[in-house]
Design a protein around this ligand. Structure first.
Ligand SMILES: Cc1cc2nc3c(=O)[nH]c(=O)nc-3n(C[C@H](O)[C@H](O)[C@H](O)COP(=O)(O)OP(=O)(O)OC[C@H]3O[C@@H](n4cnc5c(N)ncnc54)[C@H](O)[C@@H]3O)c2cc1C
Length: 532
Protein backbone atom coordinates (compact mmCIF):
# COMPACT_ATOMS: atom_id res chain seq x y z
CA UNK A 1 0.00 0.00 0.00
CA UNK A 2 1.18 3.50 -0.88
CA UNK A 3 2.15 5.91 1.91
CA UNK A 4 -0.12 8.92 2.40
CA UNK A 5 2.79 10.97 3.81
CA UNK A 6 6.16 10.60 2.12
CA UNK A 7 7.39 8.36 -0.65
CA UNK A 8 6.50 4.85 -1.69
CA UNK A 9 5.18 1.65 -0.23
CA UNK A 10 4.51 1.57 3.51
CA UNK A 11 6.32 -1.77 3.82
CA UNK A 12 9.60 -0.48 2.38
CA UNK A 13 12.18 1.46 4.37
CA UNK A 14 15.75 2.60 3.83
CA UNK A 15 17.36 3.07 7.23
CA UNK A 16 20.28 5.50 7.54
CA UNK A 17 23.27 3.65 9.05
CA UNK A 18 24.73 5.11 12.26
CA UNK A 19 28.06 6.33 10.73
CA UNK A 20 26.08 8.08 8.01
CA UNK A 21 24.02 9.88 10.68
CA UNK A 22 27.26 11.19 12.16
CA UNK A 23 28.45 12.24 8.71
CA UNK A 24 25.25 14.22 8.07
CA UNK A 25 25.31 15.75 11.51
CA UNK A 26 28.89 16.93 10.91
CA UNK A 27 27.93 18.33 7.53
CA UNK A 28 24.84 20.37 8.48
CA UNK A 29 24.53 20.18 12.26
CA UNK A 30 22.56 18.04 14.67
CA UNK A 31 18.96 17.85 13.48
CA UNK A 32 15.92 18.67 15.61
CA UNK A 33 13.57 15.80 16.37
CA UNK A 34 10.27 17.11 15.03
CA UNK A 35 6.83 15.53 15.19
CA UNK A 36 4.78 14.75 12.09
CA UNK A 37 1.04 15.44 12.02
CA UNK A 38 -0.82 12.09 12.19
CA UNK A 39 -2.99 11.30 9.15
CA UNK A 40 -6.03 11.19 11.47
CA UNK A 41 -5.52 14.87 12.32
CA UNK A 42 -5.11 15.77 8.67
CA UNK A 43 -8.36 13.98 7.86
CA UNK A 44 -10.19 15.80 10.62
CA UNK A 45 -9.21 19.17 9.09
CA UNK A 46 -10.61 18.51 5.61
CA UNK A 47 -13.52 20.85 4.88
CA UNK A 48 -16.76 19.40 3.47
CA UNK A 49 -16.78 18.83 -0.28
CA UNK A 50 -18.72 21.28 -2.43
CA UNK A 51 -18.80 18.97 -5.44
CA UNK A 52 -22.25 18.17 -6.89
CA UNK A 53 -23.05 14.45 -6.75
CA UNK A 54 -21.93 12.34 -9.67
CA UNK A 55 -21.83 8.52 -9.91
CA UNK A 56 -18.14 8.55 -11.01
CA UNK A 57 -16.97 10.82 -8.17
CA UNK A 58 -16.35 10.04 -4.51
CA UNK A 59 -15.99 12.72 -1.84
CA UNK A 60 -14.44 10.29 0.68
CA UNK A 61 -12.04 12.40 2.83
CA UNK A 62 -9.23 9.84 2.72
CA UNK A 63 -9.37 9.73 -1.09
CA UNK A 64 -9.35 13.53 -1.17
CA UNK A 65 -6.29 13.64 1.11
CA UNK A 66 -4.45 10.95 -0.89
CA UNK A 67 -4.86 13.01 -4.06
CA UNK A 68 -4.19 16.43 -2.56
CA UNK A 69 -0.46 16.68 -3.15
CA UNK A 70 2.54 15.21 -4.97
CA UNK A 71 6.14 14.86 -3.85
CA UNK A 72 7.62 18.38 -4.01
CA UNK A 73 9.18 19.82 -0.88
CA UNK A 74 6.20 22.14 -0.54
CA UNK A 75 3.95 19.07 -0.76
CA UNK A 76 5.92 17.33 1.98
CA UNK A 77 5.74 20.28 4.37
CA UNK A 78 2.00 20.54 3.68
CA UNK A 79 1.41 16.84 4.35
CA UNK A 80 3.80 16.22 7.25
CA UNK A 81 3.48 19.53 9.07
CA UNK A 82 -0.23 20.03 8.49
CA UNK A 83 0.05 23.19 6.35
CA UNK A 84 -2.21 21.68 3.72
CA UNK A 85 -5.05 24.07 2.88
CA UNK A 86 -6.46 22.98 -0.48
CA UNK A 87 -7.95 19.59 -1.34
CA UNK A 88 -9.72 18.15 -4.34
CA UNK A 89 -13.47 18.16 -3.65
CA UNK A 90 -13.76 14.68 -5.07
CA UNK A 91 -11.87 11.88 -6.76
CA UNK A 92 -12.88 9.87 -9.83
CA UNK A 93 -11.43 6.57 -11.04
CA UNK A 94 -12.50 6.34 -14.71
CA UNK A 95 -12.16 2.95 -16.36
CA UNK A 96 -12.65 4.02 -19.99
CA UNK A 97 -12.38 6.87 -22.50
CA UNK A 98 -16.15 7.26 -22.17
CA UNK A 99 -15.85 7.80 -18.42
CA UNK A 100 -13.20 10.44 -19.03
CA UNK A 101 -15.41 12.14 -21.65
CA UNK A 102 -18.34 12.10 -19.17
CA UNK A 103 -16.15 13.72 -16.49
CA UNK A 104 -14.97 16.45 -18.87
CA UNK A 105 -18.54 17.21 -19.94
CA UNK A 106 -19.64 17.33 -16.28
CA UNK A 107 -16.73 19.66 -15.48
CA UNK A 108 -17.69 21.94 -18.39
CA UNK A 109 -21.31 22.10 -17.19
CA UNK A 110 -20.47 22.69 -13.53
CA UNK A 111 -17.33 24.89 -14.02
CA UNK A 112 -15.15 22.30 -12.29
CA UNK A 113 -11.36 22.18 -12.47
CA UNK A 114 -9.99 18.72 -13.34
CA UNK A 115 -6.56 17.52 -12.24
CA UNK A 116 -5.57 14.20 -13.82
CA UNK A 117 -3.62 12.04 -11.36
CA UNK A 118 -1.10 9.46 -12.58
CA UNK A 119 1.23 8.16 -9.87
CA UNK A 120 1.32 11.36 -7.83
CA UNK A 121 5.12 11.56 -8.14
CA UNK A 122 5.27 15.15 -9.43
CA UNK A 123 8.02 17.14 -7.71
CA UNK A 124 7.04 20.59 -8.99
CA UNK A 125 3.50 21.10 -7.63
CA UNK A 126 1.51 19.77 -10.61
CA UNK A 127 -1.23 18.29 -8.44
CA UNK A 128 -2.03 21.06 -5.97
CA UNK A 129 -5.65 22.24 -6.19
CA UNK A 130 -5.76 26.03 -6.59
CA UNK A 131 -6.56 28.09 -3.49
CA UNK A 132 -9.90 29.95 -3.33
CA UNK A 133 -10.53 28.48 -6.71
CA UNK A 134 -13.23 26.46 -8.34
CA UNK A 135 -14.44 23.02 -7.28
CA UNK A 136 -11.63 20.62 -8.13
CA UNK A 137 -11.84 16.93 -9.02
CA UNK A 138 -8.81 14.66 -9.13
CA UNK A 139 -9.10 12.18 -12.00
CA UNK A 140 -7.03 9.14 -11.04
CA UNK A 141 -6.15 7.03 -14.10
CA UNK A 142 -5.05 4.00 -12.02
CA UNK A 143 -7.80 1.75 -13.41
CA UNK A 144 -6.77 2.43 -17.01
CA UNK A 145 -3.64 0.33 -16.73
CA UNK A 146 -3.95 -2.44 -19.31
CA UNK A 147 -1.97 -3.46 -22.35
CA UNK A 148 -4.56 -2.74 -25.07
CA UNK A 149 -2.62 -3.83 -28.11
CA UNK A 150 0.76 -5.41 -28.83
CA UNK A 151 1.96 -5.16 -32.41
CA UNK A 152 5.02 -7.37 -32.65
CA UNK A 153 5.52 -6.61 -36.34
CA UNK A 154 5.84 -2.87 -35.62
CA UNK A 155 7.45 -3.23 -32.19
CA UNK A 156 4.69 -1.10 -30.69
CA UNK A 157 2.47 -1.48 -27.64
CA UNK A 158 -0.63 0.51 -26.67
CA UNK A 159 -1.44 0.94 -22.99
CA UNK A 160 -4.02 2.67 -20.85
CA UNK A 161 -2.30 5.89 -19.73
CA UNK A 162 -2.66 5.09 -16.02
CA UNK A 163 -0.33 2.08 -16.20
CA UNK A 164 2.51 2.34 -13.68
CA UNK A 165 6.14 1.50 -14.46
CA UNK A 166 6.10 -2.00 -12.90
CA UNK A 167 2.66 -2.85 -14.38
CA UNK A 168 3.81 -1.78 -17.84
CA UNK A 169 7.09 -3.69 -17.87
CA UNK A 170 5.46 -6.80 -16.37
CA UNK A 171 2.85 -6.91 -19.15
CA UNK A 172 5.52 -6.46 -21.83
CA UNK A 173 8.03 -8.87 -20.29
CA UNK A 174 5.52 -11.75 -20.64
CA UNK A 175 5.81 -11.29 -24.40
CA UNK A 176 9.59 -10.75 -24.44
CA UNK A 177 9.57 -6.94 -24.76
CA UNK A 178 10.66 -3.89 -22.79
CA UNK A 179 9.90 -0.16 -22.95
CA UNK A 180 13.03 0.69 -20.95
CA UNK A 181 11.76 3.91 -19.36
CA UNK A 182 13.06 3.87 -15.78
CA UNK A 183 12.76 7.19 -13.95
CA UNK A 184 13.81 6.89 -10.31
CA UNK A 185 10.10 7.23 -9.47
CA UNK A 186 9.31 4.21 -11.70
CA UNK A 187 7.55 2.28 -8.91
CA UNK A 188 4.85 4.98 -8.52
CA UNK A 189 4.72 6.95 -11.76
CA UNK A 190 2.65 6.30 -14.87
CA UNK A 191 2.85 6.36 -18.64
CA UNK A 192 0.47 9.34 -18.92
CA UNK A 193 2.43 11.29 -16.31
CA UNK A 194 5.73 10.56 -18.09
CA UNK A 195 4.40 11.80 -21.42
CA UNK A 196 2.78 15.03 -20.25
CA UNK A 197 5.79 15.99 -18.10
CA UNK A 198 8.46 14.91 -20.63
CA UNK A 199 10.02 12.45 -18.25
CA UNK A 200 13.48 10.91 -18.64
CA UNK A 201 14.46 7.41 -17.53
CA UNK A 202 17.80 6.43 -16.02
CA UNK A 203 18.82 4.56 -19.18
CA UNK A 204 17.87 7.35 -21.58
CA UNK A 205 21.30 7.03 -23.22
CA UNK A 206 20.14 3.72 -24.70
CA UNK A 207 16.32 3.79 -24.71
CA UNK A 208 15.87 7.53 -25.24
CA UNK A 209 13.78 10.05 -23.33
CA UNK A 210 10.00 9.56 -23.32
CA UNK A 211 9.61 11.73 -26.47
CA UNK A 212 11.07 9.29 -29.05
CA UNK A 213 9.28 6.37 -27.36
CA UNK A 214 5.87 8.04 -27.71
CA UNK A 215 4.39 7.11 -31.10
CA UNK A 216 0.73 8.06 -30.81
CA UNK A 217 -2.17 8.30 -28.42
CA UNK A 218 -5.66 9.40 -27.56
CA UNK A 219 -6.48 12.47 -25.51
CA UNK A 220 -9.90 13.60 -24.31
CA UNK A 221 -9.89 17.40 -24.37
CA UNK A 222 -12.55 19.99 -23.50
CA UNK A 223 -12.88 20.59 -27.27
CA UNK A 224 -13.39 16.91 -28.07
CA UNK A 225 -11.32 13.76 -28.59
CA UNK A 226 -7.85 14.07 -30.13
CA UNK A 227 -6.45 11.04 -31.95
CA UNK A 228 -2.80 11.56 -32.78
CA UNK A 229 -1.67 10.30 -36.18
CA UNK A 230 -0.09 6.86 -35.95
CA UNK A 231 2.85 6.85 -38.36
CA UNK A 232 6.53 5.95 -37.98
CA UNK A 233 7.67 9.47 -38.96
CA UNK A 234 6.08 12.42 -40.71
CA UNK A 235 6.97 15.69 -42.39
CA UNK A 236 3.34 16.85 -42.45
CA UNK A 237 3.63 20.10 -40.55
CA UNK A 238 4.13 20.55 -36.80
CA UNK A 239 4.11 17.34 -34.79
CA UNK A 240 0.96 17.11 -32.63
CA UNK A 241 2.71 14.70 -30.28
CA UNK A 242 4.90 17.60 -29.20
CA UNK A 243 1.83 19.54 -28.13
CA UNK A 244 0.76 16.66 -25.90
CA UNK A 245 4.31 16.09 -24.57
CA UNK A 246 4.88 18.59 -21.76
CA UNK A 247 1.25 19.77 -21.79
CA UNK A 248 0.99 19.03 -18.04
CA UNK A 249 -2.76 18.33 -18.24
CA UNK A 250 -3.57 21.80 -19.58
CA UNK A 251 -4.95 20.40 -22.85
CA UNK A 252 -6.83 17.34 -21.66
CA UNK A 253 -6.53 13.83 -20.30
CA UNK A 254 -4.37 11.32 -22.13
CA UNK A 255 -6.24 8.02 -22.00
CA UNK A 256 -4.07 5.75 -24.19
CA UNK A 257 -0.55 5.84 -25.58
CA UNK A 258 1.18 3.74 -28.20
CA UNK A 259 4.83 3.27 -27.40
CA UNK A 260 7.90 2.06 -29.30
CA UNK A 261 9.14 -1.12 -27.61
CA UNK A 262 12.20 -3.37 -27.97
CA UNK A 263 12.99 -7.00 -27.46
CA UNK A 264 14.25 -7.79 -23.97
CA UNK A 265 18.02 -7.49 -23.90
CA UNK A 266 19.92 -10.76 -23.62
CA UNK A 267 22.15 -9.33 -20.94
CA UNK A 268 22.53 -6.30 -18.70
CA UNK A 269 25.35 -5.26 -16.35
CA UNK A 270 26.24 -2.16 -14.39
CA UNK A 271 29.81 -1.36 -13.36
CA UNK A 272 31.76 1.52 -11.86
CA UNK A 273 34.78 3.54 -12.85
CA UNK A 274 36.53 6.42 -11.07
CA UNK A 275 38.19 9.63 -12.18
CA UNK A 276 40.58 11.78 -10.11
CA UNK A 277 38.46 14.94 -10.52
CA UNK A 278 35.02 16.01 -11.71
CA UNK A 279 36.53 18.11 -14.50
CA UNK A 280 38.38 15.10 -15.92
CA UNK A 281 35.31 12.90 -15.47
CA UNK A 282 33.09 15.38 -17.35
CA UNK A 283 35.59 15.57 -20.21
CA UNK A 284 35.68 11.77 -20.40
CA UNK A 285 31.88 11.46 -20.37
CA UNK A 286 31.54 14.12 -23.06
CA UNK A 287 33.99 12.28 -25.30
CA UNK A 288 32.26 8.94 -24.65
CA UNK A 289 28.90 10.47 -25.64
CA UNK A 290 30.35 12.18 -28.70
CA UNK A 291 32.01 8.96 -29.84
CA UNK A 292 28.59 7.33 -29.33
CA UNK A 293 29.82 4.35 -27.33
CA UNK A 294 26.96 1.82 -27.21
CA UNK A 295 26.38 1.90 -23.45
CA UNK A 296 22.97 2.07 -21.75
CA UNK A 297 23.75 4.48 -18.93
CA UNK A 298 26.35 7.00 -17.81
CA UNK A 299 26.05 8.63 -14.40
CA UNK A 300 28.98 10.67 -13.14
CA UNK A 301 28.90 11.83 -9.49
CA UNK A 302 30.89 14.79 -8.21
CA UNK A 303 33.30 14.19 -5.28
CA UNK A 304 30.70 15.14 -2.64
CA UNK A 305 28.07 12.81 -4.12
CA UNK A 306 30.65 10.02 -4.36
CA UNK A 307 31.59 10.51 -0.70
CA UNK A 308 27.96 10.72 0.44
CA UNK A 309 27.09 7.55 -1.51
CA UNK A 310 29.97 5.78 0.25
CA UNK A 311 28.82 7.03 3.64
CA UNK A 312 25.18 6.05 3.12
CA UNK A 313 26.14 2.52 2.03
CA UNK A 314 26.75 1.60 5.68
CA UNK A 315 29.73 -0.51 4.54
CA UNK A 316 32.32 1.36 6.61
CA UNK A 317 35.17 -1.16 6.34
CA UNK A 318 34.67 -1.71 2.63
CA UNK A 319 34.50 2.03 2.01
CA UNK A 320 37.75 2.71 3.88
CA UNK A 321 39.44 -0.05 1.94
CA UNK A 322 38.06 1.26 -1.35
CA UNK A 323 39.21 4.81 -0.60
CA UNK A 324 42.72 3.58 0.19
CA UNK A 325 42.75 1.56 -3.02
CA UNK A 326 41.55 4.50 -5.09
CA UNK A 327 44.31 6.66 -3.65
CA UNK A 328 47.00 4.06 -4.32
CA UNK A 329 45.78 3.82 -7.91
CA UNK A 330 46.07 7.54 -8.50
CA UNK A 331 42.48 8.71 -7.92
CA UNK A 332 43.45 11.19 -5.19
CA UNK A 333 41.34 12.40 -2.27
CA UNK A 334 38.31 13.49 -4.25
CA UNK A 335 37.50 10.65 -6.62
CA UNK A 336 34.39 10.84 -8.79
CA UNK A 337 32.36 7.72 -9.39
CA UNK A 338 30.94 6.85 -12.80
CA UNK A 339 28.27 4.15 -12.95
CA UNK A 340 27.76 2.80 -16.45
CA UNK A 341 25.40 0.26 -17.94
CA UNK A 342 25.83 -2.37 -20.65
CA UNK A 343 22.58 -3.57 -22.19
CA UNK A 344 22.31 -5.85 -25.22
CA UNK A 345 23.91 -9.01 -26.50
CA UNK A 346 27.04 -10.36 -24.79
CA UNK A 347 29.39 -9.80 -27.74
CA UNK A 348 28.39 -6.14 -28.19
CA UNK A 349 28.51 -5.56 -24.44
CA UNK A 350 32.05 -6.99 -24.25
CA UNK A 351 33.15 -4.72 -27.07
CA UNK A 352 31.54 -1.63 -25.53
CA UNK A 353 33.12 -2.45 -22.17
CA UNK A 354 36.57 -2.71 -23.76
CA UNK A 355 36.05 0.62 -25.53
CA UNK A 356 34.94 2.24 -22.28
CA UNK A 357 37.98 0.85 -20.42
CA UNK A 358 40.17 2.48 -23.05
CA UNK A 359 38.50 5.88 -22.49
CA UNK A 360 38.68 5.56 -18.71
CA UNK A 361 42.41 4.79 -18.83
CA UNK A 362 43.13 7.62 -21.23
CA UNK A 363 41.39 10.05 -18.82
CA UNK A 364 43.48 8.87 -15.83
CA UNK A 365 40.60 6.85 -14.44
CA UNK A 366 40.27 3.29 -13.18
CA UNK A 367 37.62 0.62 -13.60
CA UNK A 368 35.97 -1.12 -10.61
CA UNK A 369 34.11 -4.15 -11.90
CA UNK A 370 32.85 -5.54 -8.59
CA UNK A 371 30.11 -4.57 -6.12
CA UNK A 372 29.49 -0.86 -6.87
CA UNK A 373 27.56 -1.22 -10.15
CA UNK A 374 25.45 -4.07 -8.80
CA UNK A 375 24.83 -2.17 -5.55
CA UNK A 376 23.64 0.83 -7.56
CA UNK A 377 21.20 -1.22 -9.64
CA UNK A 378 19.85 -3.03 -6.59
CA UNK A 379 19.05 0.27 -4.89
CA UNK A 380 18.01 2.27 -7.94
CA UNK A 381 14.35 2.49 -6.86
CA UNK A 382 15.06 2.20 -3.15
CA UNK A 383 17.11 5.40 -2.87
CA UNK A 384 14.01 7.69 -2.80
CA UNK A 385 12.98 5.96 0.45
CA UNK A 386 15.98 7.60 2.10
CA UNK A 387 14.08 10.87 1.91
CA UNK A 388 11.46 9.42 4.33
CA UNK A 389 14.10 8.36 6.84
CA UNK A 390 16.01 11.62 6.56
CA UNK A 391 12.81 13.62 7.07
CA UNK A 392 12.07 11.67 10.24
CA UNK A 393 15.61 12.33 11.44
CA UNK A 394 15.01 16.08 10.94
CA UNK A 395 16.43 16.76 7.46
CA UNK A 396 14.72 18.21 4.41
CA UNK A 397 16.05 16.91 1.10
CA UNK A 398 15.25 18.18 -2.37
CA UNK A 399 16.65 17.93 -5.86
CA UNK A 400 16.71 20.15 -8.93
CA UNK A 401 17.94 19.69 -12.44
CA UNK A 402 18.75 21.42 -15.69
CA UNK A 403 20.54 20.74 -18.97
CA UNK A 404 23.38 22.69 -20.52
CA UNK A 405 25.57 22.47 -23.60
CA UNK A 406 28.99 20.99 -22.76
CA UNK A 407 30.59 24.42 -23.19
CA UNK A 408 28.63 25.79 -20.20
CA UNK A 409 27.99 22.67 -18.17
CA UNK A 410 30.85 22.72 -15.67
CA UNK A 411 30.63 26.43 -14.95
CA UNK A 412 26.85 26.21 -14.43
CA UNK A 413 27.13 23.18 -12.16
CA UNK A 414 29.79 24.94 -10.08
CA UNK A 415 27.72 28.11 -9.82
CA UNK A 416 24.51 26.29 -8.81
CA UNK A 417 26.33 24.18 -6.22
CA UNK A 418 28.01 27.29 -4.77
CA UNK A 419 24.70 29.21 -4.60
CA UNK A 420 23.07 26.37 -2.71
CA UNK A 421 26.04 25.65 -0.44
CA UNK A 422 26.03 29.29 0.75
CA UNK A 423 22.30 29.87 0.34
CA UNK A 424 21.40 29.72 4.05
CA UNK A 425 24.43 31.49 5.48
CA UNK A 426 22.24 34.38 6.63
CA UNK A 427 20.39 31.86 8.83
CA UNK A 428 23.63 30.23 9.93
CA UNK A 429 22.46 26.97 8.39
CA UNK A 430 24.94 24.85 6.42
CA UNK A 431 23.64 22.97 3.39
CA UNK A 432 25.01 19.67 2.11
CA UNK A 433 24.93 19.78 -1.68
CA UNK A 434 26.13 17.38 -4.33
CA UNK A 435 25.48 16.70 -7.99
CA UNK A 436 25.74 14.30 -10.87
CA UNK A 437 25.46 14.22 -14.63
CA UNK A 438 23.12 11.45 -15.62
CA UNK A 439 21.75 12.12 -19.09
CA UNK A 440 24.28 12.86 -21.78
CA UNK A 441 23.89 13.90 -25.38
CA UNK A 442 26.47 14.69 -28.03
CA UNK A 443 25.95 18.42 -27.45
CA UNK A 444 25.47 18.56 -23.67
CA UNK A 445 24.13 16.92 -20.57
CA UNK A 446 21.84 17.23 -17.59
CA UNK A 447 22.97 18.49 -14.20
CA UNK A 448 21.14 16.96 -11.24
CA UNK A 449 21.65 18.56 -7.84
CA UNK A 450 20.64 17.12 -4.47
CA UNK A 451 20.68 19.25 -1.32
CA UNK A 452 19.95 18.62 2.31
CA UNK A 453 19.45 20.98 5.23
CA UNK A 454 17.91 20.84 8.68
CA UNK A 455 14.16 21.17 9.10
CA UNK A 456 13.27 24.12 11.30
CA UNK A 457 11.03 24.05 14.36
CA UNK A 458 8.58 26.22 12.43
CA UNK A 459 7.55 24.51 9.15
CA UNK A 460 7.12 27.93 7.49
CA UNK A 461 10.84 28.42 8.13
CA UNK A 462 11.64 25.02 6.57
CA UNK A 463 9.74 26.22 3.50
CA UNK A 464 11.39 29.66 3.51
CA UNK A 465 14.81 27.96 3.51
CA UNK A 466 13.78 25.81 0.58
CA UNK A 467 12.39 28.82 -1.30
CA UNK A 468 15.67 30.74 -0.83
CA UNK A 469 17.71 27.85 -2.20
CA UNK A 470 15.31 27.11 -5.04
CA UNK A 471 15.13 30.75 -6.16
CA UNK A 472 18.89 31.22 -6.05
CA UNK A 473 19.53 28.02 -8.01
CA UNK A 474 16.77 28.68 -10.58
CA UNK A 475 18.01 32.21 -11.21
CA UNK A 476 21.57 30.94 -11.63
CA UNK A 477 20.37 28.45 -14.23
CA UNK A 478 18.17 30.91 -16.12
CA UNK A 479 20.89 33.61 -16.12
CA UNK A 480 23.14 31.17 -17.97
CA UNK A 481 20.51 30.25 -20.54
CA UNK A 482 19.83 26.78 -19.09
CA UNK A 483 16.46 25.09 -19.09
CA UNK A 484 14.39 25.36 -15.93
CA UNK A 485 13.77 21.63 -16.20
CA UNK A 486 15.47 18.78 -18.03
CA UNK A 487 12.99 16.19 -16.71
CA UNK A 488 10.72 17.24 -13.83
CA UNK A 489 8.50 19.63 -15.79
CA UNK A 490 7.11 23.01 -14.79
CA UNK A 491 4.05 22.65 -12.53
CA UNK A 492 3.89 25.58 -10.10
CA UNK A 493 7.48 25.71 -8.88
CA UNK A 494 9.05 26.42 -12.28
CA UNK A 495 6.20 28.48 -13.72
CA UNK A 496 7.80 31.92 -13.14
CA UNK A 497 10.80 30.88 -15.25
CA UNK A 498 8.96 29.39 -18.25
CA UNK A 499 8.30 32.73 -20.05
CA UNK A 500 12.01 33.57 -19.77
CA UNK A 501 12.94 30.26 -21.36
CA UNK A 502 10.31 30.37 -24.12
CA UNK A 503 10.39 34.11 -24.91
CA UNK A 504 7.39 36.45 -25.35
CA UNK A 505 6.13 35.01 -28.63
CA UNK A 506 6.76 31.40 -27.61
CA UNK A 507 4.86 31.96 -24.34
CA UNK A 508 1.95 33.52 -26.23
CA UNK A 509 1.84 30.56 -28.65
CA UNK A 510 1.58 28.08 -25.75
CA UNK A 511 -1.03 30.24 -24.01
CA UNK A 512 -3.13 30.54 -27.18
CA UNK A 513 -3.03 26.82 -27.77
CA UNK A 514 -4.33 26.13 -24.23
CA UNK A 515 -7.05 28.79 -24.50
CA UNK A 516 -8.11 27.40 -27.84
CA UNK A 517 -8.43 23.78 -26.68
CA UNK A 518 -9.73 24.61 -23.19
CA UNK A 519 -11.67 27.89 -23.55
CA UNK A 520 -13.37 27.56 -20.14
CA UNK A 521 -10.12 26.78 -18.32
CA UNK A 522 -11.22 23.51 -16.73
CA UNK A 523 -7.91 21.65 -17.06
CA UNK A 524 -5.35 21.83 -14.24
CA UNK A 525 -5.76 25.54 -13.62
CA UNK A 526 -2.71 27.54 -12.59
CA UNK A 527 -0.08 25.03 -13.68
CA UNK A 528 2.57 25.37 -16.40
CA UNK A 529 1.65 28.89 -17.53
CA UNK A 530 -0.60 31.77 -16.51
CA UNK A 531 -3.29 32.41 -19.12
CA UNK A 532 -3.40 36.22 -18.71
C1 LIG B 1 11.55 9.99 -5.97
C2 LIG B 1 11.29 10.59 -7.30
C3 LIG B 1 12.16 10.36 -8.34
C4 LIG B 1 11.92 10.92 -9.59
N1 LIG B 1 12.77 10.62 -10.62
C5 LIG B 1 12.49 11.06 -11.86
C6 LIG B 1 13.32 10.70 -12.95
O1 LIG B 1 14.27 9.92 -12.81
N2 LIG B 1 12.99 11.18 -14.18
C7 LIG B 1 11.90 11.98 -14.37
O2 LIG B 1 11.63 12.36 -15.50
N3 LIG B 1 11.13 12.36 -13.35
C8 LIG B 1 11.38 11.92 -12.10
N4 LIG B 1 10.57 12.28 -11.06
C9 LIG B 1 9.43 13.17 -11.30
C10 LIG B 1 8.12 12.44 -11.66
O3 LIG B 1 8.20 11.08 -11.34
C11 LIG B 1 7.80 12.62 -13.12
O4 LIG B 1 7.46 13.97 -13.37
C12 LIG B 1 6.68 11.70 -13.64
O5 LIG B 1 6.65 11.81 -15.04
C13 LIG B 1 5.30 12.00 -13.08
O6 LIG B 1 4.45 10.92 -13.41
P1 LIG B 1 3.16 10.57 -12.55
O7 LIG B 1 2.45 9.47 -13.23
O8 LIG B 1 3.52 10.35 -11.15
O9 LIG B 1 2.34 11.90 -12.71
P2 LIG B 1 1.60 12.77 -11.60
O10 LIG B 1 2.58 13.22 -10.60
O11 LIG B 1 0.41 12.07 -11.10
O12 LIG B 1 1.15 14.01 -12.48
C14 LIG B 1 2.08 14.88 -13.05
C15 LIG B 1 1.34 15.79 -14.04
O13 LIG B 1 0.88 15.01 -15.12
C16 LIG B 1 -0.55 15.13 -15.26
N5 LIG B 1 -1.04 13.82 -15.70
C17 LIG B 1 -0.78 12.60 -15.16
N6 LIG B 1 -1.37 11.65 -15.90
C18 LIG B 1 -2.01 12.28 -16.92
C19 LIG B 1 -2.80 11.84 -18.02
N7 LIG B 1 -3.05 10.55 -18.24
N8 LIG B 1 -3.29 12.78 -18.87
C20 LIG B 1 -3.04 14.09 -18.69
N9 LIG B 1 -2.30 14.55 -17.66
C21 LIG B 1 -1.80 13.65 -16.80
C22 LIG B 1 -1.03 15.54 -13.88
O14 LIG B 1 -2.25 16.23 -13.94
C23 LIG B 1 0.09 16.44 -13.45
O15 LIG B 1 -0.08 17.71 -14.02
C24 LIG B 1 10.80 11.76 -9.79
C25 LIG B 1 9.92 12.00 -8.73
C26 LIG B 1 10.16 11.43 -7.50
C27 LIG B 1 9.20 11.67 -6.37
Amino acid sequence: MKRIQGWGNIDTDYPVPEPAREYLSKAVGKPLKLPNIPVKELLAKIPPSTCPNHPLITADPEERLKHARGQSLNDWVDMFDGLIDTYPDGVAYPTSKDDVRTLIEFAEREHINLIPYGGGSSVTGHLTPPGEGPITISVDLARMNQLIDLNEENHEATFGAGVSGPQLEEQLRKHGYILGHFPQSWEYSTLGGWIVTRSVGQQSYHYGRIEPLFVSGHMETPSGPLDLPHVPKSAAGPDLRHMVLGSEARLGILTEATMRIRQLPEQEHFYAAFFPSFEIGVDAVRKIAQDELPLSMLRLSDPMETETTFQLSGEEKLVNLAKKGLKIFGQGDQPCMLIYGLTGNPANNRLADRQLAHFVRSYQGMMVKFYLGEAWVEKRFLTPYLRNTLWDLGYALDTLETAMPWSKLQETRNAVVQEIAHGLEADNEPVLVFSHISHVYTNGGSIYVTYLYRRAQDPHETLARWQNLKTAASQTIIDRGGTISHQHGVGIDHKPYLPIEKGALGTQMIRNMIKDVDPNNIMNQGKLIDLD
